[in-house]
Design a protein around this ligand. Sequence first.
Ligand code: ZN
Length: 337
Amino acid sequence: MSSRLTRSLVAASAALVVCLAAPAAAVRAQKQAPAQKVDAEYTARIKEYTQDARVITELVDHLPASDSVPTPLKFLGRIPGTPDELTYYKDILRYMEALEKASPRVKLRRIGKSDEGRDMVMVFIADEATIKGLDSYKKILNDLADPRQLTEAQVRQLIASGKPIYWATGNLHSGETGSAEMLMELAYRLAVEESPFVRNIRSNVIVALTPVLEVDGREKVVDNLYYRKKTGQTMPLIWWGKYVAHDNNRDGIGVGLKLTQHVLKAFLEWKPTVLHDLHESIPYLYSSTGAGPYNPNLDPLVVDEWWLLAKHEVAEMTRRGVPGVWTGGFYDGWTPN
Ligand SMILES: [Zn+2]
């Protein structure tokens, strides 16, 4: 795992989430919170492990301190992106449970068990009132998903009272390990940071995080890292998951894996506005749109929104001086991966 990439992922995800939140005028109108203390030890490690200063931004070059919510450093003894270290899924899950226990802004829901019996989860983060009303926001998105029984006025009222769900999923491909680490830190930031930027996200968007999708494969890949550190050798993994390796995201048609079944069921249950699946296979920082031709079975609005989100991400990262942020290539955008 590249710690540089993990640190970049933190910045990119933060930039994207705010795209869904309220416009800048609403941010300016918010009451400014008093300056929040910075976790000095954590911040020093961020600077130490970031190999190229250009890939970090003002959003993530420090970590706000909290008296009540544990940081990944406090919980694990190291920060995400520490060179040559990875976190087992069982510990990532324990960390997310600790966040839920420590913060009324965090709610963890289990979405099913993997083929090997591990819990898959969605970790919801928003302001306290939104988390309390999570199921009512779910109902609004479900009502909007099929508006045939609604009047135009009812639709407008639901849009005005609802909130978008941004669901980020990590580590579908078990060898692409950084997103699972990053999502622990992003969860902490979203739960505790009091900047107008993050408060805007918390009050206008419901963020859902699944730090690891292929929960069985994660443990094997982390096992392999520590086996290599101990013996100098690497085990050739035939399968990461119980039944499949890299091609688990080609299961969208067959839906044969528990992983796919649970994600599909959760998607249909929550109707997330955005589902953002994080990978590490493409050079630099690529925000996925594909290059077309696009599948005509998809609503053109969906494809337009891929471009809207990707271009926003490219613009926000590029204006902060982050090199190599790009979109538009790599694959056609046709296949239902
Ligand atoms: Zn991948």
